[in-house]
Write a protein that binds this ligand. Structure first.
Ligand SMILES: [Zn+2]
Length: 136
């Protein structure tokens, strides 16, 4: 994980520090074009993350998540790969994503994420298992 230990800070939160999010709502917020792209990427990770905080995407799927759409759902603008990469880098700087995050897998910081159900693998990071299409 993070070589500088920033994203793996030794935090021992009490259970009362934890909450839950609605992952479908996270997907909706990832498409909110009023938000900075780095924040939208964070919401995309929250929407897709498995039990170990890995959010895998098919090739160019993350970019599709971030398309700007009109009210009638027509695509208006698609961020370039470079813009998505810059936003991932910014999300890492903001400690919203772990340094291991890539275009094909966004990784939530371990001190931020826990989930009681779902997979515990990541093909992109070589954590075993076979990639299966996510439900969102
Ligand atoms: Zn991964």
């Amino acid at each position: 994980m993070a070589s500088d230990g920033r994203a793996r800070r030794a935090i021992t939160p009490d259970f009362e520090d934890w909450g839950a999010i609605n992952q479908k709502e996270g997907k909706r917020l990832a498409s909110k074009t009023e938000l900075a792209l780095s924040i939208r990427i964070f919401f995309a990770a929250l929407a897709r993350a498995n039990r170990i905080g890995h959010a895998e995407f098919r090739k160019d799927e993350l970019t599709g998540f971030l398309v700007t759409r009109r009210r009638d759902d027509a695509a208006v603008a698609t961020p370039s790969r470079q813009q998505v990469w810059q936003a991932i880098r910014r999300a890492k700087e903001l400690e919203l994503l772990d340094d291991e995050s890539r275009l094909r897998c966004l990784v939530l910081p371990i001190h931020l994420w826990d989930k009681g159900v779902g997979g515990t693998t990541c093909v992109e990071h070589g954590l075993g298992g076979r990639w299966s299409p996510p439900r969102c």
